[in-house]
Design a protein around this ligand. Structure first.
Ligand SMILES: Cc1cc2nc3c(=O)[nH]c(=O)nc-3n(C[C@H](O)[C@H](O)[C@H](O)COP(=O)(O)O)c2cc1C
Length: 194
């Protein structure tokens, strides 16, 4: 691991008009202020994976497409990940499931946390995502953070008027998640060194 741990904030929504990137940027800047870690954004709209097109299942560890190897490297080079996901119809977005399913070994034991958002905090999305991530074997912190987004938080164009202000309502939760992910990274490093 690099001397400064790298934590990636994964933007789980990939729509052309969305609030996920704004929220992830505000989460990243909240984390950067108090965490001794490099925080990077992995935006699924930019990663732009096609619908899963690997011939073999990811667990066989024989990736054949350059976009799969590039995505696998981004996760392998992340010491921890924080998923920022909206709720779509009581679940999490297809783009996020697709990105998860592309790779396998890179997720194993990855210190990680979930931040969900929606009209009521996106709790169903977080629960569904947790079930999948636990199945794969990520090392998830016990508690999720959830952001309730009010209609008044949106501009008429469906972006957030002030995403920093939205995230500030949950700053303590975000910092606690960051601390918990970093603690898991540290524990893993100590276990490797022992
Ligand atoms: C396909 C779709 C389904 C949605 N389903 C829910 C839902 O089940 N619960 C909820 O609170 N909001 C739901 N919403 C509203 C989203 O919380 C809201 O649009 C939010 O901005 C989505 O995040 P995004 O802008 O980053 O894509 C849904 C939105 C979309 C596009």
């Amino acid at each position: 691991m690099s001397s400064t741990p790298r934590i990636s904030v994964i933007v789980g929504s990939a729509r052309p008009v969305r609030i996920g990137r704004q929220l992830a940027d505000s989460v990243a800047s909240t984390l950067s202020t108090n965490l001794d870690a490099e925080i990077q954004i992995l935006d699924l709209a930019e990663v732009a994976l096609p619908m899963l097109d690997e011939p073999l299942m990811a667990g066989m560890n024989q990736y054949q497409n350059a976009h799969t190897v590039a995505w696998a490297n981004l996760i392998a080079e992340s010491d921890g990940v924080i998923f920022v996901t909206p709720q779509y119809n009581a679940g999490y977005p297809a783009a996020l499931k697709n990105a998860i399913d592309y790779i396998y070994a890179e997720w194993k034991n990855k210190p990680s946390a979930i931040i969900s958002y929606g009209g009521r905090g996106g709790l169903a999305s977080a629960a569904q995502l947790r079930q999948v991530l636990e199945f794969i074997g990520l090392d998830l912190v016990d508690t999720d953070a959830s952001f309730t987004i009010a209609q008044t938080d949106y501009t008429p164009e469906w972006s957030l008027g002030d995403s920093d202000a939205v995230v500030a309502r949950y700053a303590d939760d975000v910092r606690a998640l960051g601390d918990a992910v970093l603690a898991k990274i540290d524990a893993e490093e100590e276990a490797e060194a022992a």
